[in-house]
Design a protein around this ligand. Sequence first.
Ligand code: SF4
Length: 436
Amino acid sequence: MYGMSGILRIHQRLLSVYGDPPRPERDPLAILVSTILSQNTNDTNRDRAYERMRARFPTWEAVRDAPLEDLIEAIRPAGLAPTKAPRIQEALRRITAERGELSLDFLAQMPLEDARAWLLSIPGIGPKTAAIVLLFAFGRPAFPVDTHIYRVSRRLGLIPPRTTREQAHTLLEQMIPPDLYYPLHLNLIALGRDVCHPRNPECVRCVLQEDCAFYREQRSTSGPLHLLLIRHGQTVANLERRWTGWRESDLTDLGQAQVEALARRLATEVRDAVAIYTSPLGRALKTAAAIGKALGLEPVPLEGLREINFGKMEGLTLEEMRANYPDLYEQWRDRTNINFTWPGGERRADFFRRVAATCDEILSRHRSGTVIIVAHGGTLRAMLAYLLAEERAKWWAYDLGNCTLTRVVIEDGKARLLVLNDASHLEGLTAQSEIG
Ligand code: SF4
């Protein structure tokens, strides 16, 4: 079951892909009739039927009083027209008889459950249609569960697998904060249409993988290999913006807090971790140790995961390098020069080769599950550039904050970037640095 933080995380991730849906004002009767038309058909057919109906019968009175056969003919593109046409007319007649006019505005003021019960008492109107009218026409706190939301919420594990559609309305309304009903309703539908198809959901493209019970279950048996790339917590050198490759630098208090926040998140989200590999430098070891404790895994240090060796520049700030070694500074700024060599340290090309070899070694040991790699900004950028060939030309452009999450999936021999620099678990903690 999901807590409030899980719901908020799902909401934020959906927002990041599908945005905050607009809230146009719409005629409540149009919403009611269009929802009846939408039953068992797609949006295109529903809209065609609706437009035909309104063209033929421009007022609601005309729809209500139309000869049944004519209305059936008008809404035929929606399918099941002989069933839907009498339902529409009956609803309109009922409203007229009870309210003396063709208007649903009274529902805005009625106690919520009375309004819902009133709508449900109309033949052909079920919990979904009632909730759609209440939410979309009047902004009232009702959460409609359509076929997409029903499927996605069961897969995610928001509701138990055997929950009925009716029960889902109640459970989801209890679980989701009312101010999120509108965006979550629309964005879960967007996810259902975009990637979480009834058959063969495209989990590799889905932003909710880490929240999804279905996905975890699939991967625990067989399936792709996931790499979670994690840069260590903030260090004193990060804070002071000093080049720190092979030198040691302690985690700051913030860095320690980042590590703990990350470990807490991974403990709740990662169910299939098979290994943790870490750079042998202290800042990475400490980060990996906290994650290992949370997941019950012993981190494995690998020399190849060290940061690049900055040689004589170790300990200097960028400004000091620019002031004292202007030529070197200019050479360093040319990121396309893979022969750039840190005086007394490593050549870029050698560093890339070292990281690539380490990456290959890790990949050769695992076929599925989640492998966690704790290292440094430079190391992880080099690894991303190696894994994602199409991105190689911009290896320096990856923004990797301390203790953020980057996820790459390896499937059918191909790597795909799923999540880059996800810092949602660090909310409230600040100050990131780019060096080391
Ligand atoms: S991870 Fe897969 S099953 Fe889960 S919500 Fe996303 S697409 Fe659907």
